[in-house]
Design a protein around this ligand. Structure first.
Ligand code: SF4
Length: 81
């Protein structure tokens, strides 16, 4: 079982890369796009999401709490790794 991580809407991403600083296991900077990316995530128009291993949940929750735009969400998922 994994967790579903979403950055939505991606257009709101500043990007200050606070998420990358606290949770580099999940978030990486996309210099070309000028936005944060989720490792292995799919870009779906104005949002990005991925299902990742659930042991990374505390890390993602920390990033979500620090995101100045409040655009990172995390939810339990039954699919994925
Ligand atoms: S913390 Fe939020 S606003 Fe900052 S780079 Fe990450 S997703 Fe974008």
């Amino acid at each position: 079982m994994g967790i579903r991580v979403t950055i939505k809407p991606l257009s709101e991403c500043i990007p200050d890369f606070a998420c990358v600083a606290v949770c580099p296991e999940v978030f990486i900077p996309d210099e070309e796009l000028g936005k944060a990316r989720i490792k292995g995530g799919e870009n779906r128009g104005d949002f990005m999401e991925a299902v990742i291993p659930s042991h990374l949940k505390p890390c993602v929750e920390m990033a979500a709490s620090l995101c100045p735009r409040g655009i990172i969400t995390v939810e339990d998922s039954v699919e994925g790794p």
